[in-house]
Ligand binder design. Structure first.
Ligand code: PMT
Length: 411
């Protein structure tokens, strides 16, 4: 995640009683690092697991535990804390706390805040301050029909459920009921705020380098890290799309809610894309696919000799060109990696492959690193995006592609 992805946001973090409360301290740190202002509210049980002092040190704000606390200037902490907040996140939410939410109880500060969420019109629009809940409990408590009824009711009431996950539990059992990890909760929250520009759309993305075998131990490859493609997959998923990422060999985590298909060579990538392209709405070719592969990979390790070695290379299929030429082709976005003459070469590739949109970049700006600067080429001309983290550029590229894909097509 890029720094500042929650800057300008104010989050009320509710912590109810459960051993997972210790993870909420880390969550507070991550939220602050992402730029959010965080007001922590502990239930009495929550404060038995982690003290207010910890949350105060991490959030830099006074921590609220008591509905009778008179420090709030208007002395209306039960409403005042969520006024202007972008979301209330309860993590962990115990089985008891969720039951109390369902019943509309208001017998402590956190439950009262959840019940009395005012309309937060920060941007002038009138809307409810959303409530997100991250359950954490023993698996039998989670599976209990009473809890499941409460979960269904909360969802019906418009509450967003984050998790839980399955795995090892503090009680020693294994099963459903673990709170999502702090990094996962942060990702969920960032995604929650993104406009759903691609809701209901299917997006296929290629990313990373390919490796072309010379022999069983040697390959021809390139310096693509996969970061640009993974950032685009993340941004498309955050925009609500169903994303499949066909990835060459890279050392990156799969973004939340993205399906990754791991491949090695250009031929593998070609096969994986052609198998999955039917029914896709968008195809984004970010991968640095090797244009050539050794005509015949040596089945055994090539032995060293003093003589020069020549390798015959044969062209690989152009995956993007082939997808764009399909009769029912998805909206295709190509990339162009150049070392000079960006406008000429990138726009030339767009026209040659009859693409509605190409993202051009200079390899010295973006290959391998965490930042990039790019120019988008489309039928309307060129649109330069200033140097920024790839996560930020990816959001802008997805917004541009979503807008063009929704409009009638022209090349
Ligand atoms: O991975 P990073 O380190 O984050 O770096 C990002 C990047 C520089 C790799 C990325 O921004 C980028 O420019 N990707 C495209 C790299 C590339 O191969 O460009 P190209 O100009 O050679 O190819 C043009 C287009 O055709 C690309 O969309 C490419 O994916 C596609 N192609 C190329 C050859 C081929 N056989 N099949 C293809 O689909």
């Amino acid at each position: 995640m890029a720094a500042g992805e929650l800057s300008g946001r104010r989050i009320v973090l509710g912590v109810s009683g459960g051993i997972a409360a210790y993870k909420s301290a880390e969550l507070t740190r991550l939220l602050v690092k992402a730029g959010a202002a965080v007001d922590v509210v502990l239930t009495e049980a929550g404060a038995r697991f982690v003290t207010p002092v910890t949350f105060q040190a991490l959030s830099g704000n006074y921590v609220w535990t008591d509905i009778w606390d008179a420090r709030r200037p208007a002395n209306m902490a039960h409403i005042d804390l969520t006024r202007g907040a972008d979301a209330v996140l309860v993590a962990p939410a115990s089985a008891d706390f969720m039951a109390r939410l369902v019943q509309g109880m208001a017998d402590d500060l956190l439950s009262t805040l959840c019940l009395a969420r005012p309309r937060a019109g920060m941007d002038g629009a009138v809307r409810d301050c959303p409530l997100l809940v991250a359950p954490a409990m023993n698996r039998q408590m989670w599976e209990n029909p009473a809890t499941q009824r409460n979960v269904a009711q909360l969802v019906e009431d418009g509450v967003s459920m984050l998790g839980p996950a399955a795995g090892d539990q503090a009680c020693g059992e294994i099963g459903m009921g673990r709170m999502l990890e702090p990094e996962e909760l942060l990702e969920e929250l960032v995604a929650f705020f993104e406009p759903k520009l691609l809701a209901g759309r299917r997006v296929l993305i290629t990313a990373g380098p390919t490796q072309e075998a010379l022999d069983p131990v040697r390959v021809i490859t390139n310096l693509s890290s996969g970061r640009m493609g993974y950032a685009l997959a993340r941004a498309a998923a955050q925009a609500g799309a169903d994303v499949t990422l066909v990835s060459g060999p890279v050392d990156l985590a799969v973004p939340r809610a993205v399906t990754r298909v791991a491949v090695r060579s250009a031929l593998d990538m070609h096969a994986a894309v052609m198998q999955r392209v039917r029914g896709q709405d968008l195809f984004i070719a970010v991968a640095a696919v090797a244009d050539y592969r050794p005509a015949a990979a040596n089945p055994h390790k090539i032995k060293k000799s003093g003589a020069p070695l020549s390798v015959e290379l044969t062209p690989n299929p152009d995956i993007l060109a082939e997808v764009a030429a399909l009769p029912d082709a998805p909206f295709c976005v190509g990339f162009a990696a150049e070392s000079r003459n960006l406008d000429e070469y990138a726009e030339g590739k767009r026209r040659a492959k009859k693409l509605p949109m190409v993202v051009g970049n200079l390899v010295q700006d973006g290959l391998g690193g965490s930042d990039n600067s790019v120019v988008i080429y489309d039928a309307e001309g060129r649109h330069a995006l200033a140097r920024a983290p790839k996560e930020q550029l990816a959001r802008d590229i997805i917004a541009h592609a979503a807008r063009l894909a929704a409009a009638p097509r022209s090349a």
